[in-house]
Write a protein that binds this ligand. Structure first.
Ligand code: FMN
Length: 344
């Protein structure tokens, strides 16, 4: 499947309204692979996104799902202490703290929809589906990708029958794709060394993700053994993306100078621009996903509505200063020119 792409460029799925059908279609129409993000969406909204993509493009595309991990939800997590702190902030914003809901992101219905719609490419994040589910999806014609952050996860995904692995380096924006949210401190890999480590042990196609912002870096990951490069942050400023205006401004604003990996917004580790909320609550947030996601949801929504970047989750990879405000097709053309001339 990856060989059939005109260009080895995959637009990362970006949940939270960023990877719109318009963005995915523009990327697929330009010769890359566009992705829709199913995370946090209702199954009916995902169905509408798929329909909208198909109205805009007849090319192949992907859908990305969050794998629920209900077994590891830790009831003893100190959600109440965090809630008390959030309540003070909610009061200032004129909103309330949400309930610490635990759900599976409508996993079974989304898998049924993927089968019904015969989605060409399906990728998974936050875990590896069962061998049985992967087998069924493959028999139904989907190419199955599992996102991994270390060698152990890569081995599990390979043994479970994945067609390809998406390797997420530590540079990446958004959530860490780790299978577990309660991991002991462990080695976290920069993208290039991670490709080499996995390549030595596992012989299925690799997609590289994390900090890829220009053609020279695409050349580097292909040279290291990846079959394609997956870019998220590079697409955030495209007009087709759903990045809201305040988020767009923060990405180019000199007020924001660093990124950091934090649990503050969702209870799961994710890299974003350091703002007031992140720096204040980074050390406070418990490892409780999706509870913290639901608890902070109204604060984040209110922040968007009142143009207040201090409380927004401004997900971004380490390369965010290199993001360009170009239509997706022009961005892909620019990247491929850089790949072909080896010059940024
Ligand atoms: C705003 C944003 C949202 C993201 N949402 C998802 C998602 O829903 N599913 C997923 O697998 N990865 C998600 N990611 C991570 C990307 O798949 C990818 O690993 C990352 O963007 C690569 O690093 P880069 O941002 O430096 O290009 C997200 C990344 C960003 C920036």
């Amino acid at each position: 499947m990856l060989d059939k792409l005109k260009y080895p460029i995959i637009q990362a799925p970006m949940a939270g309204g960023v990877s719109t059908p318009a963005l995915a279609a523009a990327v697929s129409n330009a010769g890359g692979l566009g992705f829709l993000a199913a995370g946090y969406k209702t199954t009916e909204d995902l169905r509408k996104d798929i329909q909208e993509f198909r109205n805009l493009s007849s090319n192949i595309f992907g859908v990305n799902l969050f794998v629920p991990n209900l077994n590891e939800i830790n009831d003893n997590c100190n959600v109440d202490d965090y809630r008390a702190k959030l309540e003070k902030e909610a009061l200032l914003l004129g909103t309330t703290v949400g309930d610490p809901i635990v759900d599976d992101d409508d996993w079974h219905n989304k898998i049924d929809l993927i089968k019904e719609e015969k989605i060409p490419v399906v990728s998974f994040t936050f875990g590896c589906p069962s061998t049985e589910t992967i087998k069924e999806l493959k028999q139904n014609g989907s190419f199955v990708i599992v996102t991994v952050t270390n060698l152990e996860e890569a081995k599990i995904a390979n043994e479970s029958g994945a067609d390809a692995l998406c390797l997420q380096g530590i540079e990446a924006g958004g959530h860490r794709a780790s299978f577990s949210n309660n991991m002991e401190p462990h080695e976290e890999y920069g993208l290039l060394v991670f490709i080499s480590i996995v390549k030595k042990e596992i012989d299925i196609p690799i997609i590289a993700a994390g900090g890829i912002m220009d053609g020279c870096t695409i050349t580097a990951v292909l040279g290291a053994g990846a079959s394609a490069a997956q870019l998220g942050t590079a697409f955030l400023l495209c007009p087709e993306s759903g990045t809201n205006p305040v988020y767009r401004k923060a990405l180019t604003d000199s007020d924001y100078t660093t990124t950091h990996i934090t649990r503050a917004f969702t209870g799961r580790r994710a890299r974003g621009l350091v703002n007031y909320f992140l720096s204040t609550y980074d050390k406070e947030a418990p490892a409780a996903y999706p509870q913290v996601h639901y608890m902070t949801q109204k604060l984040r929504k209110e922040a968007v509505q009142s143009d207040n970047p201090k409380y927004m989750s401004l997900w971004a990879g380490q390369g965010y200063k290199l993001a360009q405000s170009l239509p997706a097709a022009d961005l892909i053309k620019t990247l491929m020119l850089q790949v072909n001339t080896n010059h940024v």
